[in-house]
Design a binder for this molecule. Structure first.
Ligand SMILES: Nc1ncnc2c1ncn2[C@@H]1O[C@H](COP(=O)(O)OP(=O)(O)O)[C@@H](O)[C@H]1O
Ligand SMILES: [Mg+2]
Length: 151
């Protein structure tokens, strides 16, 4: 079962999308995995940046380029925030099974862009806490939908 936290909510700037990420961060617990989908430029990384900042990440959050993910020290109950981007992968099935191990764990909150390539593997190693969808809505507007999984 899923509950909608934000349904088709519109943001008018990157800052507003970051703020929604920060709002979601408050509802997350260590071990949670958040799947984030949407087209290129829809604001996935921007959303993660806002969430990561709220979780105590103090270094710049940028898209992982040479690896599938990045792991940042966080603050408080969450030891780490991980940011995974599966854009360049057709499927995690063809990859080393341990590839996700660095990015998902009991002391970590994990955000995954382009999650379709690894949906099955991700749900095996972690708890999918919610799904975020971002869509272009003209110029600087983005529609943001957050669906929270109910345990
Ligand atoms: N409302 C908005 N929400 C998020 N990003 C926005 C918004 N309006 C403009 N932008 C811009 O769109 C781009 C989104 O990039 P990014 O977050 O990297 O997208 P993605 O990771 O989905 O490819 C950034 O340059 C950001 O400043
Ligand atoms: Mg991105």
């Amino acid at each position: 079962m899923e509950r909608e936290l934000a349904q088709g909510q519109e943001t008018g700037s990157a800052t507003e999308t970051e703020a929604l990420g920060a709002l979601l961060a408050e509802a997350l617990a260590p071990g949670d995995v958040v799947l984030i989908s949407g087209e290129l430029g829809a604001g996935k990384t921007t959303f993660v940046r806002g969430a990561a900042r709220a979780l105590g990440v103090s270094v710049p959050v940028t898209s992982p380029t040479f690896t599938i993910g990045q792991r940042y020290p966080a603050a408080g109950a969450v030891a780490h925030v991980a940011h995974v981007d599966l854009y360049r992968l057709a499927s995690l099935r063809d990859e080393d099974p341990d590839l996700l191990a660095d990015y998902v764990g009991a002391d970590t909150i994990t955000f995954v862009e382009w999650p379709d390539a690894g949906a099955e593997e991700l749900s095996q190693v972690g708890r999918i806490a919610c799904r975020v969808e971002l869509a272009h809505a003209g110029e600087d507007r983005r529609r943001v939908t957050i669906r929270q999984a109910l345990a």
